[in-house]
Design a protein around this ligand. Sequence first.
Ligand SMILES: C[S@@+](CC[C@H](N)C(=O)[O-])C[C@H]1O[C@@H](n2cnc3c(N)ncnc32)[C@H](O)[C@@H]1O
Length: 246
Amino acid sequence: MNSYSAFAYVYDQLMDDVDYIGWVDYLEEIFKRYNKRPKNIVELACGTGNITNILAKRGYNLIGVDISEDMLFVAQEKARAMGVDVIYLNHDMRELFLPSELDSILCICDGINYIIDEKDLLNVFSSVYNHLKDKGLFIFDISSYYKLSNILGNNTYAENFQEVSYIWENYFDEEQATCDFDLTIFIKEGDLYKKHEESHCQRAYKENEIIEKLKEVGFHKIETFEAFTFSKPKNKSERIYFVCEK
Ligand SMILES: C[S@@+](CC[C@H](N)C(=O)[O-])C[C@H]1O[C@@H](n2cnc3c(N)ncnc32)[C@H](O)[C@@H]1O
């Protein structure tokens, strides 16, 4: 079952309460904190371009990469409507072929949680390292182990809107440290609703596991923050930011 296929077309509606402008402000604060003025930026797992298009509108050169053609279709439509030029590439971030010497590489809102296999994670990090110029920044976030195991895991969420409704059932596997999301989405078509089903799987990583892997590929200047702050992550932080300078 594909991830982010039917879901792609309702993703933005379901993420309606997310403050993407504030999110991009935070990324720019990180650039400032590190005295960077990046020009060429790649966003991995860019989805429907919520972050990508806003950054492009603010004058950065953006390439957005995602494994889902449907998410990219929506991203491109939005870029056109916003009058911004973004190159969108349908790639799996586990096999990256990008222009090298990038100023910054981003992976925002869980992209890294979708890398289940530790060897793949090492490949992603190593390839990011090789595509960055010296002193370039790799910025990404994860949903924390705490969030996937204690909040989302073994819980069911549902919302019911006029055009779309969904049921989101989650199962956390302690042994594999993975959270399976089973999504059932009902999208209005005329007077009826069509049922779509898809499954996603995210890996719950502990902060130290990730830091070890980043060091293994060559990153040594690494800071972690509780999302949208510059404070250290806490036991119950739900989103953790990693900022790595090459
Ligand atoms: C939660 S969405 C985040 C989208 C976007 N960054 C945002 O902030 O709205 C996660 C995205 O990761 C993408 N993804 C998952 N695995 C991927 C992979 N191996 N390579 C590239 N993209 C991937 C999915 O297609 C999806 O668009």
